[in-house]
Ligand binder design. Sequence first.
Ligand SMILES: Cc1cc2nc3c(=O)[nH]c(=O)nc-3n(C[C@H](O)[C@H](O)[C@H](O)COP(=O)(O)OP(=O)(O)OC[C@H]3O[C@@H](n4cnc5c(N)ncnc54)[C@H](O)[C@@H]3O)c2cc1C
Length: 388
Amino acid sequence: MLKYEDFFLLDEKLSSEYKVLRESVRKFVDNEVIPIISEYWENGKFPRRLISKIAELGLVGSYMPVEYGGGGFDKLAYGIITRELERGDSGIRSFVSVQTSLVMYPILTFGSENQRKKYLPKLASCEVIGCFGLTEPDAGSDPSSMKTRAYRKGNKWILRGTKMWITNANISDIAIIWAKDDDNIIRGFIVERDMGYKTKEMKGKISLRASDTGEVILDDVEVPEENRLPFAEGLKAPLMCLNQARFGIAWGAVGIAQFCLETALKYSKERIMFSNPIASYQLTQQKLADILTYTQNANLIAYRIAELEKEGKLSHYHISYAKRYNVRAAKVVSEMARSILGANGIMLDYHIMRHMTNLEAVETYEGTYEIHTLILGEFLTGMESFRK
Ligand SMILES: Cc1cc2nc3c(=O)[nH]c(=O)nc-3n(C[C@H](O)[C@H](O)[C@H](O)COP(=O)(O)OP(=O)(O)OC[C@H]3O[C@@H](n4cnc5c(N)ncnc54)[C@H](O)[C@@H]3O)c2cc1C
């Protein structure tokens, strides 16, 4: 029988290994994330107590090679993990995205063998927590305008600048810092906390409240040459990292949409108004049909980018398309689901509005909706329009 959860029978494409993975992450989210997340979200705290279980389940570094402590899976597995985690909360998915795609990935891709051996296994087990410092107070969508500098001093580098909006900053042991050298070339560094970077919690967020966000302050921090990522040169390096994370965001957004669909459908069948379930009214059915459509379209896109990645045909345009569409789809879905739940829809207990507000940050980071629009505009026209 056709089920709304698997409308396009994508389950048939999954081997048992992926189904087991999905079920284990879903169980973790249902049993250990959803029951506690509203309280952490309300208190504006990241639930650190979940880290050990996240590591134990192998959710960090899933697509990193086994020899470095990773899971040895492909990107489809990473997608499934991020989708199921974001069904719980974008903050939990963000933790795993940053640790995997913005910290482990640059070390694997641009690091030396020594750096890989030293950091990757500890990052996979979450013995070491990392963050990724690209954005600055005056350099958001245009990271090439960054002001953080790396001055060469013999066999050392002096890092000076401030990074802002950094996920996992306050709980980090290491930070991947992007800075311009004397020739204005962007370089990447693995900066350890005891080398001297300071962090400051950013309070007052109304989105992604269960995620740690902070400033990273580099006040002439001395970093040895051996901690520079030797194969990272120019803006392309951090952008490659962002593309890894965007892939996970495109999948994660589907998790939110699926959660909203399940919740709104169940609620609409149980909620009686004017003597009938609200699900029986045509206006509700239109919302449910739209929710189903956005959710399934986003899911199809997520699967397709995983297939293209496996075939070596995935371009950054596909990733922009997927991140842009899927996050917007999840936003529309969460708004419609919220309305189906009426007043209950604004309550933390029902989770929808928490997702809805989280999506504001998710649509902003890793390239805003507008920036991905411009990337697709450039693909279509051949004309780059970021700058005047
Ligand atoms: C919760 C959270 C966590 C984050 N985590 C990290 C992290 O871990 N590491 C990190 O480095 N960064 C992180 N970021 C930063 C994030 O990547 C930036 O916020 C994002 O790149 C946008 O930059 P901005 O906020 O400075 O907005 P701006 O770049 O100032 O943009 C403001 C508005 O102008 C629009 N705009 C900008 N340029 C153009 C243009 N050319 N044409 C049309 N419109 C334009 C934007 O789309 C946006 O709507 C995080 C952000 C948030 C909110």
